[in-house]
Design a protein around this ligand. Sequence first.
Ligand code: MF3
Ligand code: CO
Length: 268
Amino acid sequence: MKELVRLKTEAEIATMRRAGIVVAEMLERCGAAVRPGITTADLDRIAQQVLRERGATSSFLGYFGYPATICTSVNDEIVHGIPGQRKLREGDIIGIDAGAIVDGWHADAAVTVPVGRVSAEARRLIATAEEALRLAIASVRPGARLGDVGATVQGLVEREGFSVVRNYVGHGIGQAMHEPPQVPNYGTSGQGRLITAGLCLAIEPMVNIGGPETRLLDDGWTVKTADGSISAHFEHSVAVTPAGAVVLTAAAEKAPVSRRLVGAAKHV
Ligand code: MF3
Ligand code: CO
């Protein structure tokens, strides 16, 4: 049976962009708060506060019973770590994953950040995962195929000597957080579904220093590397337009300085 992929209109994509700006702010404010001693539950509260301020809701809270606003995945946790009383320590790395709903439309993104000073290997892992996402997004345009996206991620990651997780993949996104099609971080260029304007995708490379195998913890959510090696995760939601991919979860552009001055002058 062929999965049903719903293409989005320009107006729908504009609403998803509003959700994406909220997600970007959640990640920015959580990321800026990361330091030794803070707990992952503290980060969850910061994300809740952003949603409250923006009148948005979490894509994650209550999703199949998921108990928190964001996911926080530390060190050998790949994705879906549940915020709690764990205190971050110097040298850890933490993946922060957030989703927001605005007027019924979802956006979903993730970053991995160092806690204080981390090893050179951890820095290279994070940089590789982030660059893999950047290149994957650059490969998205009408006429390309999902296999191009996967091959792009896999190519860079394996050249760096790391591995790509296969048991979890990116996804379509829209009025549901997870929609078809699946977006694997591995594959063969020229193969897979054709990418066309209106397709909205969450692209999310998960990169392990060791092997690609995963292990699900007894909490039913937390996914760890099977070999205990550390893992990094980056994600953006993107919309395909005739001109290429638009990153829905990029931070809002700041007004140019000149316009900000004019805006400020009005209040004098
Ligand atoms: N970004 C994650 C994903 O696409 C969201 C986790 S869903 C949750 O899988 F419910 F576990 F939070
Ligand atoms: Co996702």
